[in-house]
Design a protein. Structure first.
Length: 428
Protein backbone atom coordinates (compact mmCIF):
# COMPACT_ATOMS: atom_id res chain seq x y z
CA UNK A 1 0.00 0.00 0.00
CA UNK A 2 1.31 3.43 -0.96
CA UNK A 3 1.64 6.14 1.65
CA UNK A 4 -0.35 9.10 0.36
CA UNK A 5 -0.08 12.85 0.90
CA UNK A 6 -0.99 15.96 -1.04
CA UNK A 7 2.55 17.39 -1.20
CA UNK A 8 5.76 15.42 -0.76
CA UNK A 9 8.99 17.34 -0.13
CA UNK A 10 12.23 15.43 -0.67
CA UNK A 11 15.04 16.92 1.42
CA UNK A 12 15.19 18.34 4.92
CA UNK A 13 17.40 21.43 4.71
CA UNK A 14 16.36 25.08 4.73
CA UNK A 15 14.81 24.91 1.25
CA UNK A 16 12.87 21.72 1.97
CA UNK A 17 11.61 22.88 5.36
CA UNK A 18 10.49 26.21 3.88
CA UNK A 19 8.68 24.47 1.02
CA UNK A 20 6.91 22.13 3.43
CA UNK A 21 5.85 24.98 5.72
CA UNK A 22 4.48 27.15 2.92
CA UNK A 23 2.66 24.21 1.34
CA UNK A 24 1.05 23.42 4.70
CA UNK A 25 -0.29 26.99 4.84
CA UNK A 26 -2.53 26.07 1.90
CA UNK A 27 -4.39 23.60 4.10
CA UNK A 28 -3.09 20.44 2.44
CA UNK A 29 -1.43 17.34 3.88
CA UNK A 30 2.34 17.63 3.59
CA UNK A 31 5.09 15.12 4.20
CA UNK A 32 8.83 15.80 4.27
CA UNK A 33 11.16 12.86 3.68
CA UNK A 34 14.88 13.05 4.26
CA UNK A 35 17.66 10.52 3.99
CA UNK A 36 20.15 11.88 6.53
CA UNK A 37 20.49 14.78 8.94
CA UNK A 38 20.11 18.09 7.18
CA UNK A 39 23.13 20.20 6.27
CA UNK A 40 21.78 22.95 8.54
CA UNK A 41 23.95 21.72 11.40
CA UNK A 42 26.97 22.44 9.20
CA UNK A 43 25.78 25.93 8.28
CA UNK A 44 26.61 29.20 10.02
CA UNK A 45 23.00 29.92 10.92
CA UNK A 46 23.17 33.21 8.99
CA UNK A 47 20.46 33.99 6.43
CA UNK A 48 22.15 35.68 3.50
CA UNK A 49 20.36 37.05 0.44
CA UNK A 50 23.10 38.45 -1.78
CA UNK A 51 26.46 39.61 -0.48
CA UNK A 52 28.36 39.94 -3.75
CA UNK A 53 27.39 40.21 -7.40
CA UNK A 54 28.14 37.29 -9.74
CA UNK A 55 31.08 39.39 -10.98
CA UNK A 56 32.48 39.53 -7.44
CA UNK A 57 31.59 43.15 -6.66
CA UNK A 58 30.71 43.94 -3.06
CA UNK A 59 30.01 43.66 -0.28
CA UNK A 60 26.53 44.75 -1.34
CA UNK A 61 24.74 47.21 0.94
CA UNK A 62 21.17 46.69 -0.33
CA UNK A 63 20.75 43.22 -1.84
CA UNK A 64 17.31 44.03 -3.24
CA UNK A 65 18.72 46.75 -5.46
CA UNK A 66 21.19 44.25 -6.90
CA UNK A 67 18.62 41.52 -7.59
CA UNK A 68 17.28 43.34 -10.65
CA UNK A 69 20.68 43.08 -12.35
CA UNK A 70 21.13 39.33 -11.96
CA UNK A 71 21.44 37.33 -15.18
CA UNK A 72 18.61 35.36 -16.72
CA UNK A 73 18.36 31.91 -15.20
CA UNK A 74 19.58 32.90 -11.74
CA UNK A 75 17.15 31.43 -9.17
CA UNK A 76 16.29 34.93 -7.93
CA UNK A 77 15.48 35.99 -11.50
CA UNK A 78 13.20 32.98 -11.79
CA UNK A 79 11.11 33.84 -8.71
CA UNK A 80 11.33 37.65 -8.74
CA UNK A 81 12.36 40.22 -6.15
CA UNK A 82 8.96 40.43 -4.46
CA UNK A 83 9.04 36.70 -3.75
CA UNK A 84 12.41 37.13 -2.02
CA UNK A 85 10.91 39.82 0.23
CA UNK A 86 7.89 37.65 1.01
CA UNK A 87 10.11 34.67 1.82
CA UNK A 88 12.16 36.72 4.27
CA UNK A 89 8.97 37.98 5.92
CA UNK A 90 7.81 34.37 6.19
CA UNK A 91 11.10 33.46 7.85
CA UNK A 92 10.77 36.41 10.23
CA UNK A 93 7.39 35.09 11.39
CA UNK A 94 8.90 31.69 12.13
CA UNK A 95 12.04 33.03 13.80
CA UNK A 96 10.33 35.61 16.00
CA UNK A 97 12.85 37.23 18.33
CA UNK A 98 15.52 34.56 17.67
CA UNK A 99 16.82 36.50 14.64
CA UNK A 100 17.65 40.13 13.94
CA UNK A 101 17.87 42.15 10.73
CA UNK A 102 14.21 42.39 9.78
CA UNK A 103 14.14 46.11 10.55
CA UNK A 104 16.10 47.02 7.41
CA UNK A 105 16.56 45.99 3.79
CA UNK A 106 20.32 46.53 4.08
CA UNK A 107 22.84 43.79 4.74
CA UNK A 108 24.57 43.62 8.10
CA UNK A 109 28.29 42.84 8.35
CA UNK A 110 28.79 39.91 10.72
CA UNK A 111 32.33 38.92 11.79
CA UNK A 112 33.15 35.26 11.20
CA UNK A 113 35.60 32.92 12.88
CA UNK A 114 38.28 33.64 10.29
CA UNK A 115 38.27 37.35 10.99
CA UNK A 116 36.42 38.23 7.79
CA UNK A 117 33.01 39.88 7.71
CA UNK A 118 30.01 38.39 5.93
CA UNK A 119 27.20 40.52 4.49
CA UNK A 120 23.94 38.93 5.56
CA UNK A 121 20.26 39.84 5.75
CA UNK A 122 19.24 37.99 8.92
CA UNK A 123 21.43 36.86 11.77
CA UNK A 124 20.91 35.10 15.12
CA UNK A 125 20.26 37.53 17.95
CA UNK A 126 23.30 36.01 19.65
CA UNK A 127 25.54 37.71 17.07
CA UNK A 128 23.78 41.09 17.07
CA UNK A 129 26.11 42.86 19.52
CA UNK A 130 29.14 42.01 17.37
CA UNK A 131 28.28 43.66 14.04
CA UNK A 132 31.37 45.01 12.32
CA UNK A 133 29.57 48.24 11.46
CA UNK A 134 29.32 49.15 15.15
CA UNK A 135 32.42 51.13 16.27
CA UNK A 136 32.89 49.52 19.69
CA UNK A 137 36.25 48.12 20.76
CA UNK A 138 36.13 44.34 20.92
CA UNK A 139 37.79 41.52 22.81
CA UNK A 140 37.64 38.18 21.02
CA UNK A 141 38.01 35.12 23.24
CA UNK A 142 39.23 31.76 22.00
CA UNK A 143 39.97 28.57 23.91
CA UNK A 144 42.96 26.25 23.91
CA UNK A 145 40.81 23.18 23.33
CA UNK A 146 38.77 24.79 20.52
CA UNK A 147 41.31 25.15 17.74
CA UNK A 148 38.75 26.10 15.08
CA UNK A 149 38.74 29.67 16.41
CA UNK A 150 42.06 31.51 16.67
CA UNK A 151 40.95 34.68 18.44
CA UNK A 152 44.21 36.68 18.11
CA UNK A 153 44.37 35.88 14.39
CA UNK A 154 40.71 36.76 13.85
CA UNK A 155 41.21 40.07 15.66
CA UNK A 156 44.23 40.97 13.54
CA UNK A 157 42.30 40.14 10.37
CA UNK A 158 39.45 42.39 11.42
CA UNK A 159 41.79 45.30 12.04
CA UNK A 160 43.63 44.68 8.76
CA UNK A 161 40.28 44.72 6.94
CA UNK A 162 39.63 48.23 8.24
CA UNK A 163 37.05 47.50 10.95
CA UNK A 164 35.99 50.79 12.60
CA UNK A 165 37.07 49.61 16.06
CA UNK A 166 40.01 48.17 17.90
CA UNK A 167 40.01 44.37 18.10
CA UNK A 168 42.11 42.23 20.41
CA UNK A 169 42.19 38.46 20.81
CA UNK A 170 43.12 36.17 23.68
CA UNK A 171 43.28 32.39 24.01
CA UNK A 172 42.15 31.02 27.38
CA UNK A 173 41.37 27.76 29.14
CA UNK A 174 37.69 26.89 29.12
CA UNK A 175 36.61 25.96 32.67
CA UNK A 176 35.73 22.27 32.91
CA UNK A 177 37.06 21.30 29.48
CA UNK A 178 40.40 19.50 29.25
CA UNK A 179 40.02 17.39 26.10
CA UNK A 180 40.96 18.77 22.68
CA UNK A 181 38.33 16.56 21.05
CA UNK A 182 35.38 17.76 23.15
CA UNK A 183 32.35 18.40 20.95
CA UNK A 184 30.85 21.89 20.84
CA UNK A 185 27.73 20.44 22.47
CA UNK A 186 29.84 19.73 25.56
CA UNK A 187 30.78 23.40 25.94
CA UNK A 188 27.16 24.42 25.47
CA UNK A 189 25.91 21.77 27.93
CA UNK A 190 28.24 22.98 30.66
CA UNK A 191 26.84 26.50 30.36
CA UNK A 192 23.23 25.50 29.72
CA UNK A 193 23.00 23.43 32.88
CA UNK A 194 25.25 25.52 35.11
CA UNK A 195 27.42 22.51 35.81
CA UNK A 196 29.93 22.74 38.65
CA UNK A 197 33.55 23.06 37.53
CA UNK A 198 36.81 23.09 39.43
CA UNK A 199 38.93 26.26 39.28
CA UNK A 200 41.97 27.52 41.17
CA UNK A 201 39.59 29.25 43.57
CA UNK A 202 37.57 26.09 44.17
CA UNK A 203 34.28 24.83 42.79
CA UNK A 204 31.89 27.21 41.06
CA UNK A 205 29.32 27.18 38.27
CA UNK A 206 30.47 27.05 34.64
CA UNK A 207 29.04 30.47 33.81
CA UNK A 208 30.66 32.15 36.81
CA UNK A 209 33.98 30.46 36.11
CA UNK A 210 33.93 31.52 32.46
CA UNK A 211 33.08 35.11 33.34
CA UNK A 212 35.88 35.26 35.92
CA UNK A 213 38.38 33.82 33.43
CA UNK A 214 37.49 36.40 30.78
CA UNK A 215 37.18 39.34 33.20
CA UNK A 216 40.84 39.00 34.15
CA UNK A 217 41.76 39.81 30.51
CA UNK A 218 39.16 42.50 29.80
CA UNK A 219 40.56 46.02 29.46
CA UNK A 220 38.66 48.94 27.95
CA UNK A 221 36.60 46.88 25.49
CA UNK A 222 32.84 47.40 25.52
CA UNK A 223 31.98 44.01 24.01
CA UNK A 224 33.30 40.45 24.09
CA UNK A 225 32.96 37.92 21.29
CA UNK A 226 33.02 34.18 21.95
CA UNK A 227 32.95 31.27 19.51
CA UNK A 228 29.36 30.12 19.01
CA UNK A 229 29.21 27.73 21.97
CA UNK A 230 27.28 29.81 24.53
CA UNK A 231 24.53 27.37 25.32
CA UNK A 232 21.86 25.72 23.24
CA UNK A 233 18.53 25.31 25.04
CA UNK A 234 19.26 28.30 27.30
CA UNK A 235 21.57 30.36 25.10
CA UNK A 236 19.84 33.68 25.87
CA UNK A 237 20.22 33.09 29.62
CA UNK A 238 23.90 32.21 29.23
CA UNK A 239 24.62 35.43 27.34
CA UNK A 240 22.61 37.51 29.80
CA UNK A 241 24.51 36.09 32.79
CA UNK A 242 27.86 36.68 31.13
CA UNK A 243 26.88 40.26 30.28
CA UNK A 244 25.82 40.91 33.87
CA UNK A 245 29.06 39.48 35.23
CA UNK A 246 31.36 41.23 32.75
CA UNK A 247 29.48 44.52 32.45
CA UNK A 248 29.81 44.54 28.64
CA UNK A 249 27.88 43.27 25.63
CA UNK A 250 28.45 39.62 24.71
CA UNK A 251 28.09 38.08 21.27
CA UNK A 252 28.83 34.86 19.42
CA UNK A 253 31.05 34.57 16.36
CA UNK A 254 29.61 32.14 13.76
CA UNK A 255 31.80 29.07 13.37
CA UNK A 256 32.50 26.42 10.79
CA UNK A 257 30.86 23.00 11.00
CA UNK A 258 29.51 21.57 13.19
CA UNK A 259 27.62 24.73 14.08
CA UNK A 260 25.48 25.38 17.13
CA UNK A 261 23.65 28.29 15.42
CA UNK A 262 22.91 25.90 12.55
CA UNK A 263 21.58 23.32 14.99
CA UNK A 264 19.43 25.96 16.69
CA UNK A 265 18.05 26.97 13.29
CA UNK A 266 17.30 23.33 12.49
CA UNK A 267 15.49 22.87 15.81
CA UNK A 268 13.46 26.04 15.20
CA UNK A 269 12.38 24.93 11.72
CA UNK A 270 11.50 21.40 12.76
CA UNK A 271 9.48 22.68 15.70
CA UNK A 272 7.59 24.84 13.19
CA UNK A 273 7.05 21.81 10.94
CA UNK A 274 5.54 19.91 13.86
CA UNK A 275 3.30 22.83 14.76
CA UNK A 276 2.14 23.06 11.14
CA UNK A 277 1.19 19.38 11.04
CA UNK A 278 3.86 18.41 8.51
CA UNK A 279 4.72 14.73 8.71
CA UNK A 280 8.48 14.23 8.82
CA UNK A 281 9.95 10.87 7.83
CA UNK A 282 13.72 10.61 8.23
CA UNK A 283 16.25 7.95 7.33
CA UNK A 284 14.44 6.99 4.13
CA UNK A 285 16.28 7.72 0.87
CA UNK A 286 14.18 8.10 -2.28
CA UNK A 287 15.56 5.56 -4.73
CA UNK A 288 13.12 5.43 -7.65
CA UNK A 289 9.89 6.79 -9.09
CA UNK A 290 7.03 5.92 -11.45
CA UNK A 291 5.13 8.21 -13.81
CA UNK A 292 1.48 8.12 -14.77
CA UNK A 293 2.26 8.07 -18.49
CA UNK A 294 1.10 11.64 -18.95
CA UNK A 295 4.17 13.56 -17.84
CA UNK A 296 3.49 13.51 -14.10
CA UNK A 297 5.13 11.62 -11.25
CA UNK A 298 2.70 9.01 -9.95
CA UNK A 299 4.74 7.99 -6.90
CA UNK A 300 8.28 7.75 -5.61
CA UNK A 301 9.87 4.73 -3.96
CA UNK A 302 11.79 5.00 -0.69
CA UNK A 303 14.10 2.49 0.93
CA UNK A 304 12.74 1.93 4.43
CA UNK A 305 15.14 -0.41 6.21
CA UNK A 306 15.63 -2.47 3.06
CA UNK A 307 11.97 -2.49 2.11
CA UNK A 308 10.83 -0.55 -0.97
CA UNK A 309 7.78 1.53 -0.10
CA UNK A 310 5.83 3.75 -2.53
CA UNK A 311 5.00 7.32 -1.44
CA UNK A 312 2.33 9.00 -3.54
CA UNK A 313 1.40 12.69 -3.72
CA UNK A 314 -0.26 15.18 -6.03
CA UNK A 315 2.76 17.50 -6.03
CA UNK A 316 6.47 16.96 -5.37
CA UNK A 317 9.29 19.30 -4.33
CA UNK A 318 12.93 18.31 -4.81
CA UNK A 319 15.20 19.88 -2.17
CA UNK A 320 18.17 17.52 -2.06
CA UNK A 321 20.97 20.09 -2.29
CA UNK A 322 23.79 20.54 -4.78
CA UNK A 323 27.15 18.86 -5.22
CA UNK A 324 27.88 19.15 -1.49
CA UNK A 325 24.50 17.74 -0.46
CA UNK A 326 24.68 15.07 -3.19
CA UNK A 327 21.50 16.28 -4.85
CA UNK A 328 23.79 16.77 -7.85
CA UNK A 329 26.37 14.10 -8.60
CA UNK A 330 29.18 13.70 -11.07
CA UNK A 331 31.00 10.84 -12.71
CA UNK A 332 33.93 11.05 -15.07
CA UNK A 333 31.71 11.56 -18.11
CA UNK A 334 28.55 13.22 -16.81
CA UNK A 335 26.87 15.34 -14.18
CA UNK A 336 23.42 14.18 -13.13
CA UNK A 337 20.54 14.46 -10.66
CA UNK A 338 20.32 11.00 -9.07
CA UNK A 339 16.61 10.57 -8.26
CA UNK A 340 14.67 11.72 -11.34
CA UNK A 341 17.66 12.03 -13.71
CA UNK A 342 16.66 15.60 -14.50
CA UNK A 343 18.77 17.43 -17.07
CA UNK A 344 21.85 19.31 -15.82
CA UNK A 345 23.66 21.37 -18.48
CA UNK A 346 27.43 20.85 -18.51
CA UNK A 347 30.30 20.70 -20.96
CA UNK A 348 30.92 17.35 -22.60
CA UNK A 349 34.61 17.49 -21.71
CA UNK A 350 35.14 17.11 -17.95
CA UNK A 351 38.26 19.29 -18.02
CA UNK A 352 35.95 22.16 -18.93
CA UNK A 353 34.08 21.74 -15.65
CA UNK A 354 36.78 23.60 -13.75
CA UNK A 355 39.62 26.08 -14.17
CA UNK A 356 43.14 25.65 -12.84
CA UNK A 357 43.03 28.83 -10.75
CA UNK A 358 41.62 27.55 -7.46
CA UNK A 359 40.23 31.03 -6.76
CA UNK A 360 38.89 31.45 -10.29
CA UNK A 361 35.28 31.24 -11.42
CA UNK A 362 34.64 27.51 -11.38
CA UNK A 363 31.98 26.25 -13.84
CA UNK A 364 31.05 23.36 -11.55
CA UNK A 365 29.93 25.84 -8.88
CA UNK A 366 26.93 26.69 -11.10
CA UNK A 367 25.94 23.12 -11.95
CA UNK A 368 22.32 22.30 -11.22
CA UNK A 369 18.83 22.00 -12.60
CA UNK A 370 17.43 24.69 -14.89
CA UNK A 371 13.92 25.69 -13.72
CA UNK A 372 11.10 27.56 -15.42
CA UNK A 373 9.32 30.34 -13.55
CA UNK A 374 7.19 27.72 -11.80
CA UNK A 375 10.47 26.15 -10.62
CA UNK A 376 9.77 23.00 -12.63
CA UNK A 377 13.04 21.45 -13.86
CA UNK A 378 13.44 21.77 -17.63
CA UNK A 379 14.71 19.05 -19.89
CA UNK A 380 17.22 19.44 -22.68
CA UNK A 381 14.30 20.44 -24.95
CA UNK A 382 13.33 23.29 -22.55
CA UNK A 383 10.07 21.57 -21.62
CA UNK A 384 9.28 20.63 -18.00
CA UNK A 385 10.62 17.20 -17.07
CA UNK A 386 7.46 16.53 -15.02
CA UNK A 387 4.30 18.58 -14.62
CA UNK A 388 4.10 18.10 -10.85
CA UNK A 389 7.76 18.42 -9.76
CA UNK A 390 9.44 21.60 -8.54
CA UNK A 391 13.07 22.02 -7.50
CA UNK A 392 14.45 24.37 -4.86
CA UNK A 393 17.64 25.44 -3.13
CA UNK A 394 21.07 24.04 -3.86
CA UNK A 395 19.90 21.55 -6.49
CA UNK A 396 19.23 24.52 -8.79
CA UNK A 397 21.94 25.80 -11.11
CA UNK A 398 22.76 29.18 -12.56
CA UNK A 399 24.40 30.68 -9.48
CA UNK A 400 27.46 30.30 -7.25
CA UNK A 401 26.08 30.45 -3.72
CA UNK A 402 29.51 30.42 -2.05
CA UNK A 403 30.90 33.34 -4.06
CA UNK A 404 27.67 35.35 -3.98
CA UNK A 405 26.86 34.61 -0.33
CA UNK A 406 23.33 33.79 -1.47
CA UNK A 407 22.77 30.17 -0.46
CA UNK A 408 20.31 30.61 2.41
CA UNK A 409 18.39 33.33 0.58
CA UNK A 410 17.95 31.20 -2.54
CA UNK A 411 16.81 28.28 -0.39
CA UNK A 412 14.24 30.46 1.36
CA UNK A 413 12.92 32.20 -1.75
CA UNK A 414 12.66 29.14 -3.98
CA UNK A 415 11.34 26.98 -1.14
CA UNK A 416 8.70 29.60 -0.37
CA UNK A 417 7.53 29.90 -3.98
CA UNK A 418 7.60 26.17 -4.74
CA UNK A 419 5.79 25.24 -1.53
CA UNK A 420 3.09 27.83 -2.06
CA UNK A 421 2.45 26.76 -5.65
CA UNK A 422 2.62 23.05 -4.88
CA UNK A 423 0.15 23.55 -2.02
CA UNK A 424 -2.18 25.57 -4.22
CA UNK A 425 -2.11 22.97 -6.98
CA UNK A 426 -2.68 20.11 -4.56
CA UNK A 427 -5.68 21.86 -2.97
CA UNK A 428 -7.57 22.13 -6.27
Amino acid sequence: MAIEDDVLVIGGGLAGATAALTAAEEGVQVRLVTHKQSTLRHASGLIDVLGYTPAGEGPIVDPFEALADLPEGHPYERVGTEAVREALSFFDEIAGDAYSGGHTASNALVPTHGGTVKPTARYPVSTAAGLASVPEDTLLVGFETLTDFDAPLAASHLEAAGAPFSARGVTLTFPGIVRDDAKINRYAHLLDHEETVQTGAGETSAREALAATVDAHLKDESRVGFPAILGDDHAADVRADLEDALGVDVFEVPMGPPSLPGMRLEDMLYDALGDAGVRVTSGVPVIDYETDGNGAIEHVVVDRHGQEVPYRAEQYVLATGGLVGKGVRSERERVFEPIFDCHIPHAAERYDWFVEDVFGEQPYARFGLVPDRELRPLGEDDDPEFSNLRAVGGVLGGYDYAAEKSGAGVSLATGYVAGERAGTEASR
